[in-house]
Design a protein around this ligand. Structure first.
Ligand code: BGC
Length: 752
């Protein structure tokens, strides 16, 4: 049988146009006479949402059962590409078993504001974590012959007005924060497809932006896959195709195909552009056909167990005063809160999975503590309140708490608060829950709060009064068991925050700009997203980026840092200084004090997870490739490593730096071209420009004019004063020897 890609030459213009738009909600078109089959693309990201019939992109209609792995908010807290990669493999197995060729994920957009309605679908506020874990997911998935669709490319950091809003973001934050993770995944994991986002970036729709889809994605990063539109993201299909958008999804019923054919006919679209897009569709189809296996299946139990393992590793122990946790087997506990019985385990929208089974924390806690008493405390949307009245529920909870040794209080955000399609407007838990905390605490100070939320909630206030807090995010179908594992010490918590928990909403970096107005959102905080902002402003936070406790403790010693041409090598000893086996996440941050450009005080540049027995010490080495040290140099339009003494910090969070060292790095020689708009200081700092300028002034002096200019160049205090003047302006001053002709000569000689 011939390969799909060989079909291209036999297709008509109309067939090629139709091939580059969907056949339905989830399928591409088949062209039977040419041997091109239809393939299926489906959500994503943390499970396979294959709809049984009909189609909708908001998770409304029923889908076949699949493992609901922990959503990205929990996967991001794992900080371990090995485990996240295994989740990717399992996703690939399930997709393959369901005949799904492309799974629509992972989503790696930056959590710019904790209000972002889809933050639960994203990994981190930091592009390094997003990139490393995103690449692990893609590699795992694609190892099974199923393609990934890296999304949403790019700067889709809010839901408000998402189909029209323009993310107005400066070049450096765009490159260093918002595109950086995509760059890593594209270059390291080579996803088969990238999904362009709905929004505009600096006024241009992502779906028709040649700079984004072609110059950067393909030209700079070497992407060789297919660009698919987010569902309904096409604004102008002809412009999109020309910009590098290969496949429109879902089907537009042939309407836009006609536009393509007409554009080719009237010469406004070169047919070779259509050929390229059609070839990319055929290449994707070919990869899917090659990877397909009609006999594939998967082990439902094993995947549930993996979902439990990943959920356990994504839980973050925020606080554990007095070592209240872990609980002993058989402990006398009261389990309070409807979420313990009716778990909130995933977010709403296109990522909503129909789970193969669903654990709840209450049943799993009772495996460890059979006598655990339950009180609902409050009602959630879908649950039936036992006693009905809120006061009755609180009284029941208080009685249960008072009679127990420890109260386990399950709280969280109602499902209606967080979803695709809209953003949150506040960070608060429902008032009935915060009132319940006070009542339960008064009855039993030994209270552990377990949270279920897709993005951070405000903890300041009650969070200070509660001795222990377990951040349980949204943990997928096996989260109930994972929570019990952590509470009873079956799993020693090792999750770390991939997003800062701020004291309050008004402290967040995007507070004044989010979500914008009149279809524009200004990224006014620039580079200072997440911890980069709080650290730069030395602001107090509830829990910093990277934070997470363990039931054991770790010590760091012997930091050594060496610079070479390929980057930095960092090594140190990590010791388990406590009495339980545990897993640490060593975090390495890099900064450049005194940098010539604006920078955050520290940025995560490497991390490693290390499992250690009590007392065990491990020597670990981490490499920081040279390109990780670079900033985006706007005038040079490229990545530049600045010369300087870099600070390398090793810590347990961005605020708990344990070791630090400085290392000298020789930077890149970047010589920007000179022109008459370059300042005197820039001319003088230029390796050639300074000399030719001095020469011109000396020549002028010798011929009787311009001597004061030569004197000026050698007087530092004068240079400081007028160094910021463009040479062209200096030239215009009376008596200046820099005639237009001399200026032309200088520019030519300076750039020679
Ligand atoms: C979402 C995508 C999703 C697609 C298909 C869109 O609304 O933004 O993430 O993959 O629908 O369901």
């Amino acid at each position: 049988m011939s390969k799909p890609t060989e079909a291209l030459s036999g297709l008509t213009t109309g067939e090629k146009a139709s091939l580059t738009s969907g056949a339905s909600f989830w399928n591409t078109k088949a062209i039977e006479h040419a041997g091109v089959p239809s393939i299926m693309l489906t959500d994503g990201p943390h499970g396979v949402r294959k709809q049984r019939e009909g189609g909708d992109h908001l998770g409304l209609m029923d889908s076949v059962p699949a493992t609901c792995f922990p959503p990205a908010v929990a996967l991001g807290s794992i900080w371990d590409p090995e485990l996240v990669g295994r989740v990717g493999v399992a996703l690939g197995e399930e997709a393959k078993a369901e005949g799904v060729g492309i799974l629509l994920g992972p989503g790696i957009n930056i959590k710019r504001s904790p209000l972002g309605g889809r933050n639960f679908e994203y990994l981190s506020e930091d592009p390094y974590i997003s990139g490393v874990l995103g690449a692990a997911l893609v590699n795992g998935l694609q190892s099974q012959g199923v393609g990934a669709s890296l999304k949403h490319f790019a700067a889709n950091n809010q839901e408000t007005d998402r189909l029209r809003v323009s993310a107005d973001v400066d070049e450096r934050p765009l490159r260093e924060i918002y595109l950086r993770g995509f760059q890593r995944v594209v270059t390291e994991a080579r996803p088969w497809t990238v999904m362009c986002s709905y929004n505009k970036i600096n006024g241009v729709y992502a779906s028709e932006d040649p700079w984004l889809l072609t110059d950067v994605l393909r030209g700079e990063w070497g992407f060789d896959g297919l660009v698919v539109s987010d569902w309904g993201a096409v604004n102008d299909r002809v412009a999109g195709l020309a910009a590098g958008l290969d496949l429109e999804m879902p089907s537009s019923g042939g309407v836009t195909d006609t536009q393509i054919v007409a554009a080719v006919a009237d010469g406004s679209l070169d047919e070779s552009v259509l050929d390229t897009a059609a070839h990319r569709v055929l290449t994707m189809v070919e990869r899917v056909v090659d990877g397909a296996d009609a006999s594939a299946g998967y082990d439902v139990q094993a995947h549930h167990a993996l979902a439990r393992e990943a959920a356990g590793r994504g839980i973050v122990l925020l606080k554990n005063d007095g070592g209240l946790l872990p609980l002993a087997r058989g402990a006398n506990v009261a389990v309070i809160g409807e979420f313990a019985r009716t778990p909130r385990y995933q977010g709403a929208g296109s990522s909503q999975i129909n789970p193969t089974k669903l654990d709840n924390a209450l049943d799993e806690i009772r495996v460890q503590a059979p006598g655990a008493v339950f009180a609902a405390g409050y009602t959630v949307d879908s649950a039936d309140g036992e006693d009905g009245s809120p006061a009755g529920l609180v009284a029941e909870a208080v009685a249960a708490a008072a009679a127990a040794d420890v109260a386990l209080l399950f709280l969280g955000l109602p499902s209606g608060d967080e979803s695709e399609g809209f953003d949150r407007t506040h960070l608060e838990l429902p008032a009935e829950q915060t009132e319940l905390i006070e009542a339960v605490l008064a009855a039993n100070p030994r209270t552990v709060v377990v949270l279920s939320n897709g993005s951070v909630v405000r903890l300041s206030g009650w969070g200070q009064r509660v001795p222990a807090i377990v951040e349980g995010w949204l943990l997928g179908q096996a989260g109930g068991g994972a929570i019990a594992d952590v509470l009873f010490g079956v799993v020693n918590p090792s999750g770390r925050l991939a997003e800062t928990i701020p004291l309050e909403l008004a402290h967040t970096p995007a507070y004044l700009d989010f979500p914008g107005e009149n279809s524009h959102v200004r990224y006014g905080e620039g580079l200072f997203v997440g911890y980069r902002y709080y650290d730069a402003r030395t602001m107090e936070v509830s829990y910093p980026f990277g934070h997470g406790l363990s039931y054991t403790s770790f010590g760091y010693a012997g930091l050594e840092v060496a610079a070479s041409e390929s980057g930095l090598s960092v090594s140190l000893d990590v010791q388990n200084t406590g009495s339980r086996t545990g897993r640490d996440v060593v975090q390495v941050y890099v900064g450049l004090p005194g940098s010539a450009v604006v920078r955050a005080p520290r940025e995560l540049r490497a991390f490693a997870t290390v499992a250690l027995e009590p007392g065990e010490t491990r020597h670990i080495s981490l490499d920081i490739p040279r390109e990780e040290l670079a900033y985006w140099n706007v005038p040079a339009s490229g990545w530049t490593v600045e010369t300087g003494s870099y600070t390398v910090e090793v810590g347990a969070s961005s605020r708990d730096i344990r070791l630090s060292a400085s290392v000298a790095v020789a930077g890149d020689d970047v010589v920007l071209p000179l022109d008459t708009d370059s300042t005197l200081a820039e001319w003088m700092a230029h390796p050639v420009g300074g000399q030719v300028l001095g020469g011109a002034f000396a020549a002028a002096q010798a011929s009787g004019g311009g001597g004061e200019m030569l004197a000026l160049m050698s007087d530092p205090s004068l240079v400081k004063m007028i160094g910021s003047m463009p040479l062209g302006r200096i030239a215009a001053f009376p008596g200046s020897p820099l005639t237009p002709h001399v200026l032309d000569q200088l520019v030519a000689a300076g750039n020679a």
